[in-house]
Ligand binder design. Sequence first.
Ligand SMILES: [Fe+2]
Length: 366
Amino acid sequence: MDETLELPTLDLADVSSTDPARQERASRAILEGFGRYGLLYVKGHEVPPVAPLYDQFAAFCARGTEAKQPFNRADIWYQRGWTPPNTERAVIAGGQPDFKECWFAAPIELDPECVDEFPEVCSANVWPEDAPEFREWTLRVGRELHLAGVALLRQAARALELESETFARLCEGAPHVFRLLKYLPLEREQIEGGVLWGEEHTDFNLLTLLPGGQFFDPDGRRGPAPDSQSGLYLRTRPSAEFPKGQRIRPNPPAGCLVAQVGQELEILTGGKLTATPHEVTAPKTPGWSRFSAAHFVHLHPRAVLSPLRPFRSKEALRAYSPPTLAGTYAQKTLVDIGLAPSNALDALGYRHYDRLVEQRAEGPSS
Ligand SMILES: [Fe+2]
């Protein structure tokens, strides 16, 4: 493992600047960060410090399971409200779920047509009535992370010599989702049994924005990681020198966000930008928890997920086929990771067989 890698920092002020030198610097950060490592650090954003939000989410998590049940929305594949522990699993986790509880909310208004076509991922937000600050902070942090994400997508398009709105337009009105996570304290036996906090995976969306996690000790006090092996790790793109990639621990400068490439952006760019494998390893010390947050910028569910024109080499088309709609891709992935039931896949496509069966059951045809 190499923890000493210097990852690029992109200044959002460079993105909005008309100075060609600053634009050039931002494009270099994108190509180096997203192209080589799958991530970069971001400064110059408006995301407020997240400590108050983590306190509010901690207060929600401290409610009894019974009190949290109304927000446990398996019917909408947990896309809003509370996800109980041991629900989600990474595709490669061998069936073992992550030991975490989460909260999902959509901070950005979405295209109303999506609500009819993809009702679960486009559900209305749910909130505890007695926690207005939790709602307000969740939406505020989510919106600011989203704005930072759209600015990065604009610069990514320029860096790849595409029209600057290419990605921003493709994700307008999409069901972008903001998530709060609490990785739960472990008992000694769970640590020895290898319970997972977050197994290694790549995100399936376009871009993920992380404002930074926070550990809490067994008495609920904020603290640094309890040992050198716990927290968020990322795997860089493979190279001749490192065929498995390098496993690194992001160490952003104070106040910076971490931005990660997701599968949708990798597919659109034919692999020019690469989705970042990441995992959250649990500490070897019992009783510690970790809070974090992530905003997932998605493609519009009706966008076609296939390499864009400049990236449609034979190799890329073979690697990222067959083309699919982003919404369909999301539906399949949510089944893969255990949030949607497997019969959600039966809903894909127009069910003309069902109609024929019903019609035939009506009685003798003439
Ligand atoms: Fe992730």
